[in-house]
Ligand binder design. Structure first.
Ligand code: FMN
Length: 412
């Protein structure tokens, strides 16, 4: 598992876990049946699921409209770095990888964290959008996704102090300059851990450059034909580093209290909303909590999301963690859903739930309970690009298959 995404559980899903996911999502059934939770492993969850009336199904495949964009369902591909670029350029790998998920029925295919500047990359293999030359291949990808009936989205990112690292399948983490790495920047000069170099504390000029880099990246994303942009403010990367008191020890206007720490992220959110067409949505991914005492937490995320709502940000994608290497994160099926749920209610903004959402029933339940407006699926999409097609079968929803594949569709 990618060691940089601290919010990503490092264990593999086993058959037993799949069952217990389903069981966890059926607490109502369990309560009614007076089943002791310690007996979960003994339960045949699929039998219970089959007893569920089909009339409550269908939220997962209901269309979802934000501004003038209608998503065909509520299944979104979570952004996932592929570490497969050179000098930031997208390749045929990205076309096939992202294109397959659009063919597979996702409503939104979000391109991985795409660096707004070379020093904003996590690794030398990151995708980038810091030059007009990057637009050509990205346009082909966006067009292909659109042609399949999905919306193409792109996550715009700056890695901050977590940049200059090797791809996860390489042996080491941090890359020194002699190994092809680069100087990293952050709100304060505090290293991520002892394997990383201390970043350079950003000057006001460097902060202004980051704003400018994001603005140009937003304009290029539009030129490439994307319909959604997502600003990456999660997982301990640069804009998360400005938000969190753990990483932001500045004493100027960009640090200190809540309003200082949120100043740069809000400025960038405002310029995104100004530059992106009024008829298209802007998303923003946050780490709803740092999972560390005196860090960024849910109450701050709620206040921040209220500000985002005022600016016109359309959806908050609620992840967590990543600011420090060894936070204790209580991972498990849907473990971040309560963040999407609480922020949705308290900040009155649309949210996306993400994290260990693997089962169609589980996704359906999250949406049916109004805990989120959409689900972002990550690793399950790496296991199965056709997850939505399979989910529709499981939920008895008659999904239109790509016409090229129709002859394989089971007849009901
Ligand atoms: C290979 C890989 C790459 C990832 N890259 C990104 C990324 O570019 N941006 C991001 O916000 N999250 C990234 N993540 C986190 C996922 O988007 C998602 O939030 C996380 O995997 C939890 O969802 P899941 O349990 O459905 O996989 C990545 C995760 C994986 C496994």
């Amino acid at each position: 598992m990618c060691r940089r995404f601290d919010s990503v559980p490092g264990h593999h899903l086993k058959k037993f876990k799949r069952r217990s996911i389903q069981v966890n999502n059926l607490t109502r059934h369990l309560r009614l049946s007076k089943i002791n939770p310690s007996d979960y492993a003994l339960l045949d969850a699929s039998r219970i699921l089959q007893e569920k009336p089909t009339s409550i199904m269908g939220k997962l495949f209901s269309p979802f409209r934000l501004r003038d964009l209608t998503f065909r369902n509520r299944i979104f591909v979570s952004p996932m770095c592929q570490y497969s670029s050179q000098d930031g350029f997208a390749t045929d790998w990205h076309l096939v990888h992202l294109g397959s998920r659009a063919v597979g029925g996702a409503a939104l295919v979000m391109v991985e964290a795409t660096a707004v500047s070379p020093e904003g990359r996590i690794s030398p293999g990151d995708l980038g959008i810091w030059s007009d030359d990057h637009v050509t291949k990205l346009s082909q990808i966006a067009q292909f996704i659109k042609d399949q009936g999905a919306a193409p989205g792109i996550q715009l990112a700056h890695a901050g102090r977590k940049g200059s690292t090797a791809a996860p399948w390489e042996k080491q983490d941090f890359l020194s300059r002699s190994e092809g790495g680069w100087e990293t920047f952050a709100p304060s000069s505090i290293a991520f851990d002892k394997k990383y170099a201390a970043p350079t504390e950003m000057t006001l000029t460097q902060i202004a450059k980051v704003e400018d880099d994001f603005q140009k990246a937003i304009q290029r994303s539009l030129a490439a034909g994307f319909q959604v942009i997502e600003l990456h403010m999660a997982h301990g990367y640069l804009l998360n580093e400005f938000l969190s008191p753990v990483t932001n020890r500045r004493t100027d206007q960009f640090g200190g209290d809540f309003s200082g720490r949120t100043r740069l992220p809000l400025k960038i959110a405002r310029s995104a909303r100004d530059l992106w067409p009024q008829e298209l949505p802007v998303f923003l991914r946050i780490s709803a909590t740092d999972w560390v005492e005196r860090g960024w937490d849910l109450p701050q995320s709620i206040e921040f999301s209220k500000e985002l709502k005022k600016i016109g940000i359309d959806l908050v994608d609620c992840s967590s963690g990543g600011i420090i290497p060894n936070a204790k994160i209580p991972m498990g099926p849907g473990f971040q859903v309560p963040f999407a749920d609480t922020i949705r209610r308290e900040s009155e903004i649309a949210t996306g739930a993400v994290g260990d959402i693997t089962e169609p029933q589980q996704a359906e339940e999250i949406l049916r309970r109004d805990q989120a407006d959409a689900v972002f699926i990550g690793r399950e999409f790496l296991r199965n690009p056709y997850w939505p097609i399979q989910a529709a079968q499981e939920l008895n929803f008659n999904l239109n298959w790509p016409k090229q594949y129709e002859r394989a569709k089971p007849q009901t």
